[in-house]
Design a binder for this molecule. Structure first.
Ligand code: SAH
Length: 397
């Protein structure tokens, strides 16, 4: 018999709005002894059925909803979710000429804790919830049914798995180990992805639309691409006719791939049109400022600075610091393209941080455009947390 959880009185509101999380404090009773990740029925205190969810006894988010309909959580459930996700992306894939895209955006695709990126024939899974782990083999079977020629690889080497009582794990789930370089294409730009050793699932697909939008600001400009990783923004800047692009990152393998990416796109990188600089951005920006080196465009796409509510203030200060420095090294009339992937810092707060940075930099700053995550990283209307990436184009006087 399926185990069940009963909610406290009045704690069914968010579920009725189809939000998929059930917090531990909202539960009045657990019936049965569900295992880590097992599927349970969710009922109101007085026994009315609400949803099927995955039970996660170690997490504050005690259960995550698989379905608001009373269906079996079996292979065909996963097949349907994957088919729906693919359907939602078909036009974007065609429009942007994608051979790499986010197939499953977790909660927003009705699969809590499951992220799947597709790079050519390689499906790369990141399983972050107990329910995802519990149903791993069904999920893989469903992926094989939907994409019979694909290989499935797991990159669940993510610390948040601890909160769900899970260990980090990586490896082949089906087919063979991905080669060191799988070349994908987006908007006519080729990008080499190292699925096994790269960050996250290998590449930051979420910045694709912002990279494309950045192109219109760079023609004949001197561009500094901070936190370049494998070149993303820098490649689009070269395509957009930048006079010169300096890509700065602390990861040498990422910079080596960035250079390789410039080569496979056959961009002219002679005469130092593209520079790949191994440097700590915090120090580099101060050096440029102290030397009086100036740029027309600065791109600022740092790693996530806010990982929990507890470090929101220090994270916000980190964003303020680097954006202040970026403003100080811009020529009058220059452009700052700045982003934050910290989901816990909303767009309003990020805008305030930029305003504070402007005051500290002593520069007049005008917002001219807003950005968000790429279209394949869609957000379900019931799950506003899905919006995590935001950015601004700012003119700096
Ligand atoms: N803009 C990239 C993604 C950036 S991810 C893209 O579009 O693909 C963040 C990057 O910041 C990583 O490559 C990481 O190596 C780098 N990084 C982290 N701390 C850094 C620091 N202090 N200085 C320079 N790079 C840093």
């Amino acid at each position: 018999m399926t185990s069940a959880i009963y909610l406290e009185k009045g704690r069914d509101k968010s579920l009725r709005r189809k939000h998929p999380w059930i917090f531990s404090r909202g539960i009045s009773k657990v019936e049965g002894t569900p295992e880590l990740g097992e599927t349970v029925d969710v009922l109101t205190k007085d026994g009315r059925w609400l949803a099927k969810a995955a039970y996660s006894p170690n997490s504050q988010i005690r259960a995550r909803v698989w379905s608001f309909e009373n269906v079996e959580i079996d292979k065909s459930f996963f097949v349907k979710r994957i088919q729906d996700a693919q359907l939602l992306r078909e036009d974007i894939i065609k429009r942007d000429g994608l051979t790499g895209y986010r197939l499953i955006a977790a909660e927003s695709d009705g699969l809590p804790g499951i992220t799947i990126d597709k790079y050519q024939d390689y499906l790369v899974c990141q399983l972050l919830s107990a329910g995802a782990e519990y149903n791993k083999s069904l999920l893989v079977e469903a992926l094989i049914e939907c994409f019979p020629n694909c290989h499935v690889y797991e990159r669940s080497d993510v610390a948040v798995r601890k909160k769900e009582g899970l260990k980090e794990t990586v490896g082949v789930l089906h087919g063979s180990t991905p080669p060191e370089s799988v070349v994908i294409e987006e908007n006519g730009v080729k990008i080499s992805v190292d699925i096994v050793n790269g960050h996250k699932t290998g590449f930051y697909l979420d910045q694709r639309d912002s990279r494309l939008q950045a192109m219109k600001y760079v023609q004949d400009k001197e561009v500094l691409n901070c936190f370049s990783y494998t070149g993303g923004f820098g490649l689009y800047a070269l395509k957009g006719g930048a006079k010169r692009v300096i890509n700065a990152d602390v990861s040498q393998p990422a910079l080596d791939t960035a250079k390789y990416n410039a080569q496979i796109n056959e961009f002219d990188i002679s005469k130092k049109r593209a520079v790949f600089l191994n440097a700590d951005v915090f120090k580099l920006l101060r050096e440029y400022r102290d030397q009086g080196t100036k740029f027309d465009v600065v791109i600022m796409d740092p790693p996530k600075f806010v990982s929990s509510k507890n470090n929101l203030t220090s994270g916000a200060n980190g964003y303020k610091d680097i954006n202040m420095l970026a403003m100080q090294i811009l020529k009058p009339g220059g452009i700052l393209l700045t982003y934050s992937c910290s989901g816990l810092m909303g767009a309003d707060l990020f805008q305030k941080v930029i305003a504070d940075a402007a005051l500290d930099a002593g520069r007049s700053v005008k917002f001219v455009e807003r950005f968000e995550q790429a279209a394949d990283h869609l957000t379900d209307s019931a799950y506003p947390e899905g919006f995590y990436l935001k950015g601004f184009a700012c003119k700096v006087l």
